[in-house]
Design a protein around this ligand. Structure first.
Ligand SMILES: CC(C)(COP(=O)(O)OP(=O)(O)OC[C@H]1O[C@@H](n2cnc3c(N)ncnc32)[C@H](O)[C@@H]1OP(=O)(O)O)[C@@H](O)C(=O)NCCC(=O)NCCS
Length: 179
C-alpha cells in the first residue's frame, strides 16, 4: 500500500526507480555513513530486497516520490534487520534520500507518516532506528520524530570489523504509546 504526506508519495518500487536509485547509491555524500558505494547490481539487489520485504511482511522500505514533480528521491520505510544484536528481532525505521533533497524536512515528514502507519495499521509495539554515531543528520530525524536514545543501547555493528570508522552505532527507540 502507498502513503501520502503533504509533499511525498511513499509507494511500491518501479523499474524506472532503478537508475536514479543506483546514481544516489554511488554518490559519496549520500553514502558517507555506509561502508562502501554500491555498484549498479548491488543497488538493484537492494531495491529487489525492498520489494521482497513487502511481499514477505506486508511492509517495507517505500520508494519516495516528490508529489510536485513525480521524481523518485530515495526511500523511507520499515524493515526487519537481518543481523543479530541485543535489540533484535525488531522493526527498524530508516531513510536514504538523494542529496539535492536534503534539509527541507522531507525525511522527517515521511518518517512521521511511516511511524504512524507502523503503530496504527500494523499494530507494532516498538520501532528502532540506528546509525553510525557520527551521522548527525540521521540522528536529528530520529529525534524530531520523537525517538529516544539511551547510550546503554549503543552497539558495534556486527558486519563491520573492529577499528572500522563506522562500527560504533547509536540505537534510538520509539514505543507505540509515545508521542
Ligand atoms: C538522513 C537524511 C535522510 C535526512 O534527510 P532530510 O530530508 O535532510 O532530513 P530533515 O530535513 O528532515 O532533517 C535533517 C536535520 O539534520 C540537520 N542537519 C543537517 N546537516 C547537519 C549537520 N551537518 N550537522 C547537524 N545537523 C545537521 C538539519 O538541520 C535538520 O534538523 P533541524 O530540522 O533540527 O534543523 C539524509 O541526510 C540522507 O539521506 N543521508 C544519507 C543517507 C543516510 O545517512 N541515511 C541514514 C542512515 S541510518
Amino acid at each position: 500500500m502507498a502513503l501520502a504526506t503533504e509533499r511525498l508519495l511513499l509507494r511500491r518500487w518501479r523499474d524506472e526507480d532503478r537508475e536514479p536509485f543506483a546514481r544516489m547509491n554511488c554518490d559519496v555524500a549520500v553514502m558517507e555513513f555506509f561502508p562502501a558505494l554500491l555498484t549498479r547490481a548491488e543497488s538493484d539487489s537492494l531495491m529487489d530486497r525492498a520489494e521482497a520485504h513487502f511481499a514477505a511482511h506486508g511492509f517495507g522500505p517505500w520508494a519516495a516520490e516528490l508529489k510536485a514533480t513525480g521524481e523518485f528521491i530515495g526511500y523511507i520505510g520499515l524493515f526487519i534487520p537481518r543481523f543479530e544484536a541485543h535489540f533484535t528481532p525488531c522493526v527498524e525505521i530508516g531513510w536514504r534520500l538523494d542529496a539535492p533533497y536534503w534539509g527541507r524536512g522531507l525525511a522527517t515528514e515521511a518518517a512521521r507518516a511511516a511511524a504512524e502507519h507502523a503503530f496504527g495499521e500494523l499494530g507494532l509495539k516498538e520501532l528502532v532506528s540506528f546509525t553510525s554515531e557520527s551521522n548527525v543528520r540521521s540522528r536529528r530525524v530520529m529525534e524530531k520524530i520523537g525517538m529516544t536514545h539511551d547510550a546503554g543501547d549503543d552497539f558495534d555493528h556486527p558486519s563491520l570489523p573492529e577499528g572500522h570508522r563506522l562500527r560504533r552505532h547509536v540505537l534510538y527507540r520509539k514505543a507505540a504509546n509515545s508521542q
